[in-house]
Design a protein around this ligand. Structure first.
Ligand code: 2GW
Ligand code: MN
Length: 300
């Protein structure tokens, strides 16, 4: 009986403690992977506690974004919303790769943030723009980023942030669950399955389907990831094959065999084309690009 009283007391004090930091806990979603990596949803963390920890460590985080050709039109919306909501109050360095540095609009940066505009060549095929990102990121990590930031995240430019994306995203290797595929069963996920491709995932394997629109981690981990993915892209090219979803297919292959240490729920990249199910309590970042044709193909 005494033990019972003890346990009850413990539970009660813990419950109060939890409640004071996380007012609405989640029971409706998966919050831990089978390899014990947290899956970040609204209602699973206290940003105050995380902020204080991160602040103590004096960390700097980098964001890599590409805006090539017509995609310069998205810079303004991305940069102004990211300055407001991405790791607000913490030091962030934005690395903006573009083929047209002169055309960059004036961007009002938050005082703690910095912006580097880096010229990059354009490719005629969009698939090549998308896939060359892995190569460019890894080369710049080697020559520059590793000396300037601790963590590095790659984000599509055709997005806008609507809510805070804070230090809950910080970890060694971080992937975001795709808003298109969060419910799909393994067999119906968009993985590359042709065994001739380096991105091939054997039938019946795969954990989650991750979006290439938002991933990151420590500089060292992102270096390994981007190098491996680019190697896969090159090998495929030699063999005359292109993975189903380009860099995204290679990212999914990599993250299957190098398990992410933290996953972001689709709150962190919600596709504008989709209606919002109940489990998505906040849309923190959404795509703003409406290209019906490609999206229809993608959802098949
Ligand atoms: C892309 C498609 C068709 C025509 C042009 C482009 C394009 C992309 C471009 O002209 N200029 C450019 O800078 N980009 C960059 O590539 C930009 O940063 C953009 O956000 C990123 C990915 O292209 P996006 O946003 O059109 O593709 P999504 O939103 O369907 O993204 C998924 O699929 C891609 C590959 O199929 C990538 O894997 C991407 O990371 C995925 O999320
Ligand atoms: Mn996009």
């Amino acid at each position: 009986e005494e033990i019972c009283v003890c346990l009850y007391e413990f539970y009660r004090s813990f419950k109060d403690y939890l409640h004071s930091h996380i007012p609405c806990r989640r029971r409706d979603v998966l919050v831990l992977t089978p390899w014990l990596a947290p899956i970040v949803w609204e209602g699973t963390f206290s940003r105050d506690i995380l902020n204080a920890q991160y602040m103590q460590k004096k960390l700097v985080t980098g964001v890599v974004t590409f805006a090539v050709k017509k995609y310069v039109q998205f810079i303004e919306g991305f940069m102004s919303s990211a300055n407001k909501y991405f790791l607000a109050g913490h030091q962030v360095i934005f690395y903006l790769f573009t083929d047209n540095p002169e055309q960059i609009p004036h961007i009002q940066m938050a005082p703690e943030n910095r912006l580097f505009v880096i010229p990059v060549q354009n490719h005629s095929r969009w698939q090549d723009i998308s896939m060359s990102r892995m190569d460019i990121i890894s080369r710049y990590i080697r020559s520059q980023f590793q000396y300037e930031v601790h963590y590095l995240y790659s984000i599509d430019v055709d997005v806008q942030l609507f809510e805070h994306i804070g230090v809950e995203i910080i970890d060694a290797l971080v992937g975001t669950i795709s808003s298109w595929q969060y419910t799909a069963r393994r067999e119906s996920k968009s993985y590359e399955t042709r065994t001739e491709s380096q991105a091939a995932i054997p039938k019946g394997e795969g954990d989650f389907y991750y979006t290439a629109s938002f991933y990151g981690g420590s500089v060292a981990e992102v270096y390994k990831l981007t190098r491996a993915c680019f190697k896969g892209v090159m090998k495929d090219r030699e063999n005359g094959i292109e993975a189903r979803w380009h860099d995204e297919s290679h990212l999914n292959k990599y993250l299957l065999y190098h398990k992410p240490t933290r996953l972001l729920s689709p709150e962190y990249y919600w596709d504008a084309e989709l209606s919002r199910p109940r489990i998505i309590q906040v849309k923190r970042m959404c795509s703003v690009h409406k290209n019906k044709r490609r999206q229809v193909i993608r959802s098949i």
